[in-house]
Design a protein around this ligand. Structure first.
Ligand SMILES: C[S@@+](CC[C@H](N)C(=O)[O-])C[C@H]1O[C@@H](n2cnc3c(N)ncnc32)[C@H](O)[C@@H]1O
Length: 260
């Protein structure tokens, strides 16, 4: 009988150890910390408030519950509505899916400059995440600007600016130094537009450039264009990351930069 009890105890403790190590492994696969203590969850490096990261991608807490912006999927976590940040419709989300490392914590990012705001698809997610910040949003086409303007009526952290992002002299008075600059402008002179806006950044600003190769030159191979762009960027920026956005966006790269 004693032997039997011993056997049973041994078996039980073995099983306990097994299930403990299984649950540890599960935790490990859900949340990993890298050396700099950046949060890496499901292979997404994003430090931010108001987000849930699942295997599918990033969800942002809806700042305007029950109101959608671009017919995005919504989901409830603990009875709170979140909006799926669709990587096929937003280059920041695509970048995050490809390993872009961003810190969008509310206490770190107070002011944002967004160039090429369009109707506010991506901006709406930044607006969810940075609910107490100012997102200065520059757009020069009338129709998307009208949508952006209407969005800014519902989301008070969006400041719409109807201007050409190359003509910084038209809006420099309204915008302070920013903590995060994002540019998504498919023009031949994309890099030059970004350089013009260096006025608003300092050495700590996180700068993200979504670059469309074909807008620079349709006759050249993407590889050639990326090579030339890198040479140009290196004059004013430290390139921290350079990521191809496929399969989410064709002919696009995203760059994480810091001002030199
Ligand atoms: C690819 S769309 C941006 C999409 C947006 N980033 C999003 O994810 O919701 C590019 C936008 O840049 C705008 N744009 C292009 N050149 C511009 C310029 N020089 N100044 C301001 N806006 C510009 C276009 O009108 C267009 O709406």
């Amino acid at each position: 009988m004693k032997e039997k009890n011993k056997d049973y105890k041994n078996k039980k403790s073995k099983n306990n150890n097994k299930s403990r190590s299984k649950s540890n492994n599960n935790n490990k696969s859900r949340v990993k910390f890298n050396k700099k203590n950046n949060i890496k969850k499901n292979n997404i490096f994003l430090e931010a408030d108001n987000i849930i990261i699942t295997k599918k991608g990033v969800f942002t807490k809806n700042l305007t519950p029950n109101v959608k912006v671009y017919d995005e999927e919504t989901k409830f976590f603990d009875n709170i509505e979140y909006r799926f940040w669709n990587p096929y419709k937003s280059k920041i989300s695509a970048g995050l899916m490809k390993g872009l490392k961003l810190n969008l914590k509310k206490d770190k990012v107070k002011n944002v400059l967004y160039l090429g705001a369009a109707s506010g698809t991506t901006i709406s997610h930044l607006s969810d995440v940075l609910s107490d910040s100012f997102i200065f949003s520059v757009e020069f086409s009338r129709n998307p600007f009208i949508d952006l303007f209407l969005l800014s009526k519902k989301r008070k952290n969006i400041i719409p600016i109807f201007e050409d992002a190359f003509k910084t002299h038209c809006y420099f008075k309204f915008i302070p130094k920013v903590d995060f600059l994002f540019m998504d402008i498919a023009q031949k002179n994309q890099v030059e537009i970004l350089e013009k806006n260096l006025f608003f950044v300092d050495k700590n600003t996180q700068i993200v450039l979504a670059l469309k190769a074909k807008s620079i030159d349709v006759t050249k191979k993407n590889k050639e264009i990326y090579f030339e762009v890198r040479k140009k960027l290196e004059k004013n920026f430290k390139i921290l990351q350079e990521l191809n956005l496929e399969p989410y966006e064709k002919d696009h790269k995203i760059y994480l930069l810091k001002k030199l």
